[in-house]
Structures are given as C-alpha cells and as structure tokens.
Design a protein around this ligand. Sequence first.
Ligand SMILES: CC(C)(COP(=O)(O)OP(=O)(O)OC[C@H]1O[C@@H](n2cnc3c(N)ncnc32)[C@H](O)[C@@H]1OP(=O)(O)O)[C@@H](O)C(=O)NCCC(=O)NCCS
Length: 174
Amino acid sequence: MEIEIRKLEKRDNRANFSSGNIEIDRFFIKYAGQNQFKHKIGVTYIAVEVKTQKIIAYATVSSSSLSINELDIPEYKKLPNYPLPILRIARLGVDKMYQDRGIGKMLLKKMLYLSLELEKLAGCLGVFVDAKDSAVDFYKKYGFEIVPVKKGELPTKPTPKLMYLSLKNIKRAL
Ligand SMILES: CC(C)(COP(=O)(O)OP(=O)(O)OC[C@H]1O[C@@H](n2cnc3c(N)ncnc32)[C@H](O)[C@@H]1OP(=O)(O)O)[C@@H](O)C(=O)NCCC(=O)NCCS
C-alpha cells in the first residue's frame, strides 16, 4: 500500500474516519476543516492511501506559545519569562483498520520535521502534545517526556498529560 502525507484539502472525505477514540474522531470530522479553512487556527496533515485517497491517519498542529513560568523544565530555566514559540500537536489519530503498521510513527516524524521548519521561520522551543493516557507510552518511545508537575500542583495531574520533546532532542532523533 502506497501512502502519502499531505495537508487536508476541502474535497477530502473525513466522514468515515474511525480511530476508536470518539473525541479524536469527532474533532477530525467536525472541526479540523473549519479550523484550517475558515478560522486558520491549525493545519491538519493526513496520511492517505495514494490509489484511493482514503484517509488513514491525521495529525492537527498549530503554532502556539508557552511561558517558562508555566513549566518546570530544567533545560529551559535560563530562557526569558515571556511567551515562547512551540509547535503543538493538537490531535493525532490513526484509523483502527490501519493501526500498528508504523503509520502513527510516520506522521509523528513528519510533525517533528515541521518543528524544524518553524524553528527557521519563527523560532521553536520544541513539540508539545496533550497526550491521552493510552498514548503516553507511544510518545515516550520517541523521547517525549511528561512536563514535570510544578511545585504546589497536585502530583496526580489530570489527563491529558502535557508532554514535550525539545528541538535539541528532535535534531538528535531525526
Ligand atoms: C496511538 C496511535 C496514534 C499510534 O499509531 P499507530 O499507527 O497505531 O502506531 P505505530 O504502528 O506507528 O507504532 C509505532 C510504535 O509505537 C508502539 N505503539 C503504538 N501505539 C502505542 C500505544 N498506544 N502505547 C504504546 N506504544 C504504542 C508500537 O508498538 C510501535 O512500536 P515498535 O516500533 O517497537 O513496533 C494510534 O493507535 C491511535 O490513533 N490510537 C487512538 C487515538 C489516540 O489515542 N490518539 C493519541 C491522542 S494523544
């Protein structure tokens, strides 16, 4: 099966996408289009089967910012205390018919390359993702770490868990 990764287009049929996670599916079917084409607040990349153009996975990203005092990450400690640029993976899902075939990994890699582009265009601290409990270990495989609990916060943070991979480690990984 030949797969290509490209940006979502208006003509793409999103209606039948099913990852097994209702929230991931609902976001893609209902909101990914309007967020990209109308509001311009995120861009969705899709993995499609070349022959049929069937959508088999998607990842939605947006440029975002975080200020260092929101995080307790030692390697960022010396950075200035104002909003700093990041790439946020808002959602990532693979259709359940195609899971466990390396497609999630392929799409994640593409997002890591995007962060390198963003670094060149406007600066980028790293890639951040609000990971669902079931996906934390998936992201850990690629070096993502859970953003540590800050002093004074409850040790059992509610899900999703904010995870990150710094640009330095992305360059090492790619
Ligand atoms: C989690 C998800 C994106 C992974 O995509 P995938 O295409 O099935 O994963 P891949 O085949 O690319 O897996 C790559 C590696 O990660 C591992 N992996 C996959 N899903 C995993 C999970 N949920 N937890 C831990 N490891 C996982 C695979 O075993 C594989 O390891 P290997 O290289 O040692 O063989 C996909 O299963 C999915 O869409 N799940 C439902 C929605 C969801 O939870 N999305 C994440 C929202 S934050």
